[in-house]
Design a binder for this molecule. Structure first.
Ligand code: OGA
Ligand code: MN
Length: 295
């Protein structure tokens, strides 16, 4: 066996043991794909990949996509490697990175298939904070009662970039809001995402801004309650980084966030694998408007 995957917690996490030189071997790639479905998040401790190696591995697993090309700070010249950092030299507008302090799923406010998986390599760490947490939204759905599952089964949710920025910018200027409007698309997705393999997951995050047809406050209250439900310790793995760690996660079945940090030295190199499932579509203007009506 050139690869083994050891569970970290009963419901989430897998520690991958593999020799770096074997990473792109077909049997390793197959095991990693299966492990990603099974464990949700995989840790390759201190594997120390260079950008070319991370891109080669990403390409073996699927087709790469850079969904933050439009985000300020994205370094297009670095071939689909996005540098996640608050370093002002590398990133002159930190909105996206500050938004990662809150639970989210990558790429849900873009009119495209939801990215399948994200790979993050630790290049340098923060002096304090910066641990990344992952919550299993498949396990969180499964643990609901039959009655709760039935109540939410057909609900539709409007997701907006503006909602994901609300905790970052309490009172954004109109210029900033217009910029966000150009960077993303308000999307309507099912609350319960039914995957082709038969599994179901909750699609949640700070970007979830209202339930279609419901008064705004009622919709957000249910979404926030479900988000808290899904963030229970049993469903969550918290990763404390060491330099050179590579962590990848199934973005279709997990939400994630990072513990707040201020240190501009923390730099993560991110690559993304394109998804094949497009659970939602652009939100209709009347449904978007409804997310502003409290009752
Ligand atoms: C991201 C992200 C988490 C981290 O880049 O989308 O959520 O730990 N990053 O930096
Ligand atoms: Mn993210």
């Amino acid at each position: 066996m050139s690869v083994t995957i050891e569970p970290i917690k009963p419901l989430i996490g897998g520690l991958v043991r593999v020799d770096k030189s074997r990473l792109c071997d077909p049997d390793v790639v197959e095991s990693v794909r299966a492990g990603l479905e099974d464990r949700g998040v995989l840790v390759f401790a201190e594997i120390g990949l260079k950008d070319e190696e991370q891109l080669a591995f990403t390409d073996r697993l699927g087709s790469r996509v850079n969904f933050t090309r439009q985000a300020p700070g994205s370094d297009v010249s670095a071939q689909d490697v996005y540098k996640v950092t608050l370093d002002k030299e590398l990133n002159n507008e930190p909105d996206y990175v500050l938004g990662t302090f809150f639970w989210h799923v990558d790429g849900v406010t873009m009119d495209m298939a939801v990215p399948k998986a994200t790979l993050l390599s630790a290049r340098s760490l923060a002096d304090r904070g910066g641990e990344t947490e992952f919550a299993n939204l498949i396990a969180a759905y499964e643990a609901l009662s039959a009655e709760e599952k039935q109540e939410i089964d057909s609900l539709r949710v409007v997701h907006t970039l503006e909602a994901s920025m609300r905790p970052v910018w309490g009172h954004p200027s109109s210029e900033r809001r217009e910029r966000w409007t150009r960077m993303a698309v308000p999307m309507e997705h099912p609350l319960v995402w039914k995957h082709p393999d038969g599994r179901k997951s909750l699609l949640l995050g700070t970007h979830a801004d209202g339930i279609v047809g419901w008064p705004a406050a009622h919709g957000r209250a249910l979404l926030w309650r479900l988000q808290q439900w899904a963030a229970q310790p049993d469903f969550v793995y918290r990763h404390s980084w060491r330099p050179g760690d590579l962590v990848m996660w199934n973005n279709e079945g997990l939400m994630h966030r990072v513990a707040p940090y201020t240190d501009g030295r923390r730099t993560m190199h991110r690559t993304t694998i394109a998804g094949r499932e497009k659970p939602g579509h652009r939100a209709r203007p009347e449904d978007l408007a409804r997310t502003l009506e409290p009752v």
